[in-house]
Design a protein around this ligand. Structure first.
Ligand code: 13P
Length: 231
């Protein structure tokens, strides 16, 4: 069944399996959550390989991370403070993904933002991807580090850690992680070949103004201008 037609619990599990199959997570790495219509959340449990996730293992929590329903022994991901801040900061966010895709995470570890406007697809969908300041996993340092960047970005690199994407739904957040990792690979290849050729400012503006026509949702660091013009 196509991912977007699956029930939500199955969508989350399918994304977890895809993350593991692609080598974006090792051991218990990574976490996924999604917002339900009533404002509560489904989240992956802490300490379990994303290859072994099944729908009944997901944890149902409220916005304070209190457990509403969970199988015995399963607790929400230790990174839920980070996920819940994404939902708190952005009403448009319906799903959050955290993984360690190796090339994008290479940039995060090297503290190099993916901020060259060099590839059309990425200019359209993500714009630049910043590296957010170092933060200790599972603590409030993480949400505090990412919050200022969430207003303009749907994809972030977490310094010395990994990547985070948000979207209106699970599929959108997942596609952003795919786009981020592919762009990181392309960017690295371009630099091995002597450097990327950046797109002209005029063409960047044209691409960004096309987002609405393509039905691209979310935030973009260069988008505000067009959103203001539309209002
Ligand atoms: P959890 O198992 O608690 O989700 O943590 C995994 C992880 O990637 C921490 O950054």
């Amino acid at each position: 069944m196509e991912l977007s037609y699956m029930p939500l619990r199955e969508q989350i599990c399918d994304v977890c399996h895809k993350m593991w199959q692609q080598g974006w997570v090792a051991a218990n790495d990574g976490n996924v959550s999604a917002k339900l219509e009533d404002g509560t959340f489904l989240a992956t449990p802490t300490g379990i390989s994303k290859s072994f996730i099944t729908p009944e293992k997901l944890v149902h929590i409220d916005r304070d991370c209190s457990i509403l329903e969970a199988q015995e022994g399963y607790r929400p991901s230790s990174e839920m403070k980070m996920h819940l801040r994404c939902y708190a900061e952005r009403e448009d966010v319906g799903a959050v993904l955290h993984a360690h895709p190796p090339v994008a995470t290479g940039f995060a570890v090297a503290n190099i933002p993916l901020d060259e406007y060099s590839m059309i697809e990425t200019v359209l969908t993500l714009g630049s991807v910043p590296v957010t300041p170092y933060a200790t996993p599972s603590t409030y340092e993480v949400p505090d580090a990412i919050a200022p960047y969430l207003q303009d970005h749907d994809a972030l690199l977490l310094q010395n850690h990994g990547a985070l994407t948000v979207g209106s739904d699970v599929v959108t957040a997942y596609y952003r992680m795919e786009t981020l990792e592919l762009f990181a690979k392309i960017s690295m290849n371009a630099h091995l070949l002597g450097g990327a050729k950046e797109i002209s400012r005029e063409n960047i503006d044209r691409l960004i103004s096309m987002r609405q026509g393509y039905g691209i949702t979310g935030r973009h660091p260069g988008y505000k201008k067009y959103a203001d013009e539309k209002d």
